[in-house]
Write a protein that binds this ligand. Structure first.
Ligand SMILES: NC(=O)c1ccc[n+]([C@@H]2O[C@H](COP(=O)([O-])OP(=O)(O)OC[C@H]3O[C@@H](n4cnc5c(N)ncnc54)[C@H](OP(=O)(O)O)[C@@H]3O)[C@@H](O)[C@H]2O)c1
Length: 343
């Protein structure tokens, strides 16, 4: 397992992170604890959860794992959680206000049974709360010793740029990470969000790196998903819904991943995960798994380095073919400058 720092911070984390959205949902407590044990044994050190995962149960399961394992297993772990989305239905039960974030963090710490978390992520932008209020709250959490660092999730380029500059202006702690959806299927963030994050020194923590399971090769064209799979259980689920994601482009990408996987004699999941972990700006790829076997497969991606030719095959198949302006060929040409001639 390799290690990189959380963006511009000095905190080192493994390049694979254990996502825990399945904990308390598809994975019961015993399987979740097996996944955590296996991840720790493989040298993984970053765990990602959120208050809303299984309505708080994911955090509780992680808390009981921390409480029941020896300190040499738990001490290396860097724990990340999130707040922003509602667990209560009232108007102040969500958002990035001081009121909500203070209650949300305290509730997360209570469920985790810990005094602090290493990384606290605001789960998405809040159009109703001034960024200064959110920044002062997060800076206060750091000063109070309740969090080590904070990060952003699902922010756009202008939003993260604004928050980084405002933090500097107000002499408050800046964010260190951005957690966006990112995979061979979802590459739109490369146009504006990834360059903004790199410019701001934020490390990327990609979520849904297998596109919700699609890139493992588990779904077949013209065959509606069945059985104990995300879309077998709920074809309309989230961003990965069968009708929404099952485009010609997706099937082309899946074929390219399959080709590379067969040539290398590895699983498709390993290929897709190896590709994303090697992308510019990425600190740690967040793995999702229902079973221990899936996690075993996904962890093996840390041993796979794709060649330039294999990477080109995957990137040609997943190219979004942006129209000329602003993100296509003519827009890029307008922003380029060749340093030729003159002295
Ligand atoms: N910040 C955010 O807004 C946000 C949003 C979503 C997720 N996340 C984080 O990112 C993590 C990962 O997201 P994700 O779970 O959507 O990631 P993903 O890797 O795209 O999808 C994971 C799912 O794919 C299937 N799968 C995984 N490995 C497989 C394998 N080797 N072979 C076959 N199927 C496999 C499993 O689903 P089935 O077996 O059930 O089909 C698994 O639950 C989450 O746990 C969470 O920590 C963050």
């Amino acid at each position: 397992m390799d290690f990189r720092t959380l963006g511009n911070s000095g905190c080192a984390v493994s390049t694979l992170c254990l996502g825990t959205m399945t904990f308390g949902a598809e994975a019961d407590e015993a399987v979740s604890h097996e996944q955590l044990d296996r991840f720790a044994a493989a040298g993984g050190t970053l765990i990602d959860t959120a208050d809303v995962y299984s309505a708080g149960v994911s955090e509780e399961i992680i808390g009981r794992w921390f409480a029941s394992r020896p300190s040499d297993v738990t001490e290396p772990m860097v724990l990340a959680t999130k707040g922003r989305f509602p667990l209560d239905g009232h108007p102040n039960g969500s958002g990035l206000s001081t009121r909500h974030l203070t209650r949300a963090l305290d509730s997360s710490l209570r469920r985790l049974g810990l005094d602090s978390v290493d990384l606290y992520q605001v789960h998405s932008f809040d159009p109703h709360t001034p960024l200064e209020e959110t920044l002062r709250t997060l800076d206060g959490f750091i000063r109070a010793g309740k969090i080590g660092y904070y990060g952003l999730s699902n922010f756009t380029g202008w939003q993260l740029t604004k928050i980084v500059h405002l933090a500097r202006q107000l002499n408050l702690a800046p964010p260190v990470t951005l957690q966006p959806q990112y995979s061979l299927i979802v590459r739109e963030i490369e146009w504006e969000i990834v360059p903004a994050a790199i410019d701001a020194g934020l490390g990327l923590l990609p979520w849904s790196p297998l596109g919700g399971g699609w890139l493992s090769g588990k779904y077949q064209r013209d065959q509606r998903p069945t059985g104990a799979t995300r879309l077998g259980e709920d074809p309309g689920r989230g961003m990965e819904a069968w009708e929404r994601r099952g485009s010609e482009r997706t099937w082309t990408i899946i074929e390219a991943v399959q080709t590379v996987a067969e040539q290398r004699g590895v699983s498709m999941a390993e290929v897709a995960l190896s590709w994303i972990t090697a992308r510019p700006g990425v600190t740690s790829t967040i793995l999702g798994a229902r079973t221990l076997e899936q996690l075993e497969t996904n962890l093996r991606s840390s041993d796979l380095a794709l060649t330039a030719e294999e990477t080109a095959t995957l990137e040609a198949a997943s190219d979004l073919h942006a129209t000329d302006y602003p993100y296509g060929a003519l827009g890029i040409e307008q922003r380029s400058r060749e340093l030729v001639g003159g002295r």
